[in-house]
Design a protein around this ligand. Sequence first.
Ligand SMILES: [Zn+2]
Length: 413
Amino acid sequence: MIALKINANRLWESLDKINQFGRNPRYPEKGNTRLSLTIEDLKARQYLINLMKESGLKVKVDPVGNICGRLEGLNSQAPVIMTGSHIDTVVQGGRFDGTLGVLGAIEAVRTIHELGITPLHPIEVVSFTDEEGTRFGTGYIGSRAISGQLDDSVLKLKDDQGISLYEALKLAGYQPDLYKDCMRKKSEIKSFVELHIEQGKVLEENDLSVGIVTHIQGPVWLQVSLTGSADHAGATPMYMRKDASLAMAEMMLAVEKAAIEHSGVATVGKLEVLPGGVNIIPGHAQFSVDLRHIDKQKRTEMLKSFKKDMETISRERNVDALLEIKKEVDPAECSTTLIEIISNVCKQSQISTMTLQCGAGHDSLMMNDRTETAMIFVRSQKGISHNPLEYSSLEDCAKGTEVLMNTLLKLAQ
Ligand SMILES: [Zn+2]
């Protein structure tokens, strides 16, 4: 079989068009802010629906707003080959994170349709609702619904304005009461393949346009709250202090130690020290921890070892420590069958590639619960992402999309 080509300029143009939503033309340096279910997102959704229809896809929007564009197969009852990603962004985000996976998938399926090919299995392009989690504090809303992992507690989460996810879905015209209907049975989906920018520097360092993901790290988010005693900075001798900030400093190093010892990654990204006076010993401190590993067992050990150190430090420093788990997503292993198919497609198209791990979270993490899953990565310039400077070249985006298209064709036959 010869490898087919997509229309790179048309893909580029669609990326440009969707990114008009959420960008202030007067401040292009501020990038794109298209938080889920906001007016910008809703306008982008309408553009997407029109584009899907124009591309020959039958569009259905499910109760939580997942937009599904379907290319019918010769056997309409056969399990679908699913592909897609998200179009919501973080605050002042980039133009490629998620959007490439949706628009690339539309371009791929559009090309298949235009060539007059009717695959055996139906192919569906899905734009998942709220992957980023910026607005309601938790992500993967759409892919959780499809994979049966959404529950009522998530719908109650509120944004900064006090609007709940449930209300936002209603306001957008969706039917959150029926969210359970979004779930697709395992037998309904044959495979899921997501095209995404790498958001790291591995492909760039290896001078490659395209990579194939083997593992996706799953994050655990913790919040640690420390309570000591807020005393006078001059009148309290060192041995009498219950300094919450010093306990926090030691615990931060314990986070790093746990990650290194277990070959994972860990980050303390948010700190708070109270009351926050130059001459007051901090009586309260709070910090976040993001722990990730490709192996769930090792991640649990990493968490245990941090917890043990945290307790020792809290005892020695006379400070109370409270640890809360805010989010826990299982890591995922991509399908070895799909990895092999994608690498064969790359060979046929004479596109050099490599396998790599994925550090960021994606809708694929959720879809992995339903079906065999794979991710195709496209090189990110300087690894920059979640930033207005996020960039992948037209050539790289086109190559990734071409690999996606030929993979979908193989799977759908
Ligand atoms: Zn993304």
